[in-house]
Design a binder for this molecule. Structure first.
Ligand code: UDP
Length: 409
């Protein structure tokens, strides 16, 4: 099967050099025909789906047979799993038996439907987490949690941890999310695909065409935040900071958002935001990745004013485009933005407004930060690095299993 449109590891050579590419290819050679499956709860919307849609194809291009399954669930299942998500990020939760029964029953139904006969199973986030209960364990199972675990709700954690400890390894985004667990914990920062429609180079004409298509005015500087409609992304705070900044320097705010299929809260957030629409406060919900690209490229300043963030893919996407980014001083964003060097970190609306004004007024600063931001992504946040971490992990299990085999013999 040959398809020239698929990104291959070799395509990264022009960005990261041949040495790294060769190293990754060698590691993949040792794992040829390994059969891997990733399981999560949405094929669209949000960072996990974004990563999986590129990473899985890239893994296949190296000869690792990698599949992707998405669990199904009723609306009440996703209402409960969103509550679980929120509580893992520190929110409250009322864990009733009724809720847990729905959660566990729907996961069980998915386990019945999914026949897994793989060499490696990777479960993403809490939605499919209990699946592990329902299989005879014949291979390593890895739980990859993308959530900001700075301060998880303890009652929920106590319920989840015996399930998590059934896994062979847990992958978290940063060391600060480490928990008390018997299972080994690894730390993989997420990454972006520089060749996707969302991230590839665009000509000025292409950028302009997308903006004109959606009637986005470019007469004033653009301040942009691209995010799922979610309170943790603090869109209200962005609007407030923008209003303060606008008193000093005139500009246009664009909030582009979407709603993931596993996030039932998105609509309410969107409804509350559109009430705040004004001439210069543009709130859009379009499923158009080229528009994301165009906005991040044309923006004078990109904001990601999250108050919790496992890791901000949108931050990496904007930094890759050389944008000056103002990010919330939380979670994974702290590993992406070095304050004052390749962007700014902020902890309040007032601070966000100050940095916004500073950047809007200072083109040189924006350009310097933007250049350093692109270098940061080149060094740390491209998918080839994440692929290599997975290969190392798979390799370590392979060795372990061979060793166990030889002990038995
Ligand atoms: N995204 C998008 N369109 C939108 C809003 C978000 O394509 O209208 C994408 C965004 O570009 C990024 C992902 O959704 O790739 C969000 O990932 P992030 O890690 O920033 O946040 P999450 O949604 O996972 O919390």
């Amino acid at each position: 099967m040959e398809d020239s449109r698929l990104v291959k590891v070799e395509d990264y050579e022009v960005i990261v050099g041949s040495e790294k590419v060769e190293r990754v290819r060698e590691k993949a050679k040792l794992l040829q025909d390994l059969h891997v499956v990733h399981i999560n709860s949405t094929y669209y919307g949000g960072g996990v789906a974004e990563i999986l849609s590129s990473l899985i194809l890239l893994m296949n291009s190296t000869g690792i047979k990698t599949g992707w399954r998405v669990i199904q669930g009723s609306p009440d299942f996703f209402t409960i799993t969103k509550k679980i998500h929120n509580a893992l990020q520190g929110g409250d939760i009322n864990l009733t038996d009724r809720k847990l029964k729905i959660y566990e029953d729907v996961v069980y139904e998915n386990a019945i439907r999914n026949h897994l006969d793989h060499d490696m199973v990777i479960i993403h986030d809490p939605q499919p987490l209990p699946m592990i209960r329902h299989y005879k364990r014949k291979c390593p199972w890895i739980w990859r949690c993308h959530i900001d675990l700075t301060n998880p709700n303890r009652e929920l954690w106590n319920y989840l941890s015996p399930l998590i400890e059934r896994y062979d390894a847990v992958i978290l985004s940063i060391r600060e999310y480490q928990q008390k667990l018997k299972t080994p914990q690894l730390f993989f920062l997420p990454a972006i695909n520089p060749f996707s429609i969302k991230n590839r180079d665009m000509t000025e004409a292409e950028i302009q065409e997308r903006l004109v298509h959606y009637n986005i005015p470019t007469d004033l500087p653009l301040v942009v935040q691209v995010s799922r409609f979610d309170r943790w992304k603090d869109p209200e705070g962005v609007i407030r900071a923008f209003k303060i900044a606008r008193k000093e320097i005139d500009c246009t705010l664009v909030l582009l958002g979407n709603i993931a299929t596993d996030d039932p809260e998105g609509e309410a957030v969107y409804d509350s935001l559109i009430k705040q629409r004004e001439d210069r406060i543009i709130i859009l919900s379009h499923q158009d990745t080229a528009l994301v690209n165009a906005l991040q490229r044309r923006a004078t300043v990109v904001m990601q004013k999250s108050i919790r963030e496992g890791f901000g893919l949108t931050v990496a996407e904007a930094m890759w485009k050389g944008a000056a980014v103002i990010g919330g001083n939380v979670g994974g964003i702290r590993y992406q933005i070095e304050d004052g060097v390749n962007g700014f970190l902020v902890s309040s609306v007032e601070e966000a407004a100050d940095r916004l004004i500073q950047l809007l007024k200072n083109k040189k600063l924006r350009e310097e930060m933007g250049q350093r931001a692109r270098e940061t992504v080149r060094e740390k946040f491209l998918l080839i690095r994440l692929l290599e971490q997975y290969l190392d992990l798979f390799g370590s299990f392979e060795t372990l299993y061979l060793l166990r085999g030889s002990i038995v013999v």
